[in-house]
Design a protein around this ligand. Structure first.
Ligand code: AMP
Length: 290
């Protein structure tokens, strides 16, 4: 595995491989502190592509909270040790100065209306920062396909929308959320949780599972959301930012008697740590099912 720390070096990777057919290249973009969720993306990429590039970059542009940025876990040696056995070809881990040599970029990508709902509403500027770095990293690594996790459902919607609206010639592949055995969605931020907070945080996946059960039994979306909110309210140390439902294509909020595919999403603070989770499901019968 080649470890590349600068954009200039990354450019050298391309000519070095010239002469032999480049093949299909996949990229997995991460902020490091890798766990099994990230590794699921890498394995999926490895199976589908000839060349796998993993990026590790904690992107300051997407943090609305300086304290969150400063305490975000970073351990490149541990990340490299996890990636090497998976057959990753290139680990690209640039510095902030290398990615943003002029400081904050003058021209950025806007997530438009996606900024007004759910994560966008609660983390001002977050999706503009995400899309700006994703587009930059796509230009820098030139993949055929990029892998993202369903864990960040609204992020996937924003990236798909960017690629569609700006004709970005990169396929977007999505990998299901990886969870611990007890249901907690894996996240680099879980490292901040105390044992007690971790136990409390389980209420999030439990609330989503109970909402899903309401829908599976034919109940309306409004009831599923009421149940999810009631479950989370049982644990006062878990303070929700939102518990809601979104259209899986536009991220627009849906509710009431909506029928069709839906993402039920939750964000909450557990102590000083903000966690998100979601479930992709459907309101009403599936196609072909009576
Ligand atoms: P991050 O390092 O948090 O920016 O995440 C990098 C990529 O890994 C994103 O596409 C995330 O959606 C994905 N990811 C993070 N956690 C999980 C998880 N538990 N399951 C699946 N994908 C994940």
């Amino acid at each position: 595995m080649l470890i590349v720390r600068t954009t200039a070096e990354l450019d050298q990777v391309e000519p070095a491989r010239a002469g032999k057919r480049r093949g299909r290249r996949a990229v997995v973009m991460t902020m490091g502190a890798l766990h099994e969720g990230h590794l699921a993306l890498v394995r999926a990429a490895r199976e589908a592509a000839d060349q796998v590039v993993v990026t590790v970059f904690v992107n300051p542009l997407q943090f609305d909270d300086v304290a969150d940025l400063e305490r975000y876990p970073r351990d490149l040696d541990a990340d490299a040790a996890l990636l090497e056995p998976l057959g990753v070809d290139v680990l690209y881990a640039p510095s902030v100065a290398d990615v943003y040599p002029g400081g904050r970029p003058i021209v950025t990508v806007s997530a438009g209306a996606i900024n007004d709902v759910f994560e966008g509403e609660h983390r001002r500027g977050h999706f503009d920062g995400v899309l700006t770095v994703v587009l930059k990293l796509m230009h820098l690594t030139r993949p055929d396909v990029a892998y993202f996790g369903q864990k960040d459902a609204q992020q996937v919607i924003a990236i798909r929308t960017m690629c569609r609206d700006l004709n970005v010639p990169v396929g977007v592949a999505v990998v299901p959320t990886v969870r611990d055995g007890d249901g907690l969605a894996l996240s680099s931020r879980n490292a901040h949780l105390s044992a007690g907070e971790r136990a409390d945080a389980l209420v999030l996946s439990r609330a989503l599972a109970e909402a899903q059960q309401v829908l599976d039994e034919g109940g309306p979306l409004s009831l599923a959301l009421t149940v999810a909110r009631a479950v989370v309210a049982q644990v006062p140390s878990v303070v929700p930012d939102y518990i809601g439902a979104m259209d899986p294509v536009s991220a627009a909020p849906v509710g009431g008697d909506y029928r069709g595919d839906v993402v039920i999403a939750v964000a909450a603070r557990v102590g000083g740590t903000r966690l998100i989770d979601n479930v992709v499901t459907r309101v009403g019968p599936r196609e072909g099912v009576a």
